[in-house]
Design a protein around this ligand. Structure first.
Ligand SMILES: NC(=O)c1ccc[n+]([C@@H]2O[C@H](COP(=O)([O-])OP(=O)(O)OC[C@H]3O[C@@H](n4cnc5c(N)ncnc54)[C@H](OP(=O)(O)O)[C@@H]3O)[C@@H](O)[C@H]2O)c1
Length: 234
């Protein structure tokens, strides 16, 4: 298991599958219980990953403050150096802060923030498998991919997510950013159908805990369940 990461993705979405309004507002689609759950996921992870789009839109802290627990390392995927040094997730609170960049990228980072270079593929993307290998080499094996949609899609398309927690809130936005835009499939037979456990939170949000590893194995004609009690809803 030392050569594998344990990767969980999360998405807080509306009943109509949106994760943000057209203007980019996403706080607070999820209710209080779902937010507590997200903070529990952070506390169970060694590292939380977000894309630069989320940092620019939301300026998140990415720490654990709604539940007891340890802050995970904060990892930002910023291949082109768009990150502002004043971003709140770069603040020094004793937690590791890592910026993932394309190999060869130049530019300074605030003191104490680690730069990690990842070789890009032919399309200039950072392959999720290489990102996870770089994080494992840094001692970070349990990983939460917190978003946004583009980042989560790149990990899902690469079949690099073991467990996907989709938190559905009883709210309809009617317009705005959709949560998951994956590579197009040829037909319904190609749809991913992960085995899922459903938890209804007291304030009405619903958690779908999806076993993506098993779904990926079934795509290839194999079957095997993953045990991820570490990320079980509390
Ligand atoms: N409801 C939720 O659960 C939730 C969670 C998080 C965010 N959000 C919302 O989502 C929106 C932002 O989402 P987004 O999809 O635009 O942004 P994002 O996924 O946070 O960031 C996307 C950017 O990150 C970089 N990136 C991510 N993965 C990469 C990879 N494998 N290789 C290379 N670059 C990679 C690219 O940067 P470059 O463009 O510089 O190449 C990409 O354009 C915001 O409105 C935010 O509020 C919602």
């Amino acid at each position: 298991m030392a050569d594998r990461s344990l990767v969980i993705g999360q998405l807080g979405q509306s009943l109509d599958g949106r994760v943000a309004t057209l203007s980019g507002e996403s706080k607070y689609i999820s209710g209080a219980c779902a937010l507590d759950h997200l903070h529990r996921l952070r506390a169970a992870a060694d590292a939380v990953i977000v894309g630069i789009g989320t940092v620019l839109a939301d300026d998140p802290l990415l720490n654990v403050r709604r539940v007891p627990g340890r802050n995970p390392a904060r990892v930002i995927i910023d291949p082109s150096g768009r990150l502002d040094h004043s971003a709140r997730c770069l603040g020094d609170d004793g937690t590791r802060r890592i910026v993932l960049r394309r190999a060869g990228a130049v530019g300074t980072l605030p003191p104490g923030v680690e730069a990690m270079a990842v070789a890009a593929d032919t399309e200039g993307r950072l392959p999720p498998a290489s990102i996870l290998a770089a994080l494992r080499a840094a001692g970070l094996r349990r990983v939460l991919v917190e978003g946004g949609p583009a980042t989560l899609a790149s990990f899902l398309d690469a079949r690099a997510i073991d467990r996907l927690h989709i938190l559905v809130s009883p709210v309809i936005l009617g317009s705005g950013r959709t949560g998951l835009d994956l590579r197009p499939i040829g037909g319904l037979k190609d749809a991913l159908r992960p085995a899922s456990r459903v938890t209804v939170f007291p304030d009405g949000d619903v958690l779908f805990d999806c076993d993506m590893r098993q779904a990926a194995l079934e795509e290839n004609g194999h079957g095997e369940r993953t045990d991820h009690a570490v990320f079980a809803p509390g």
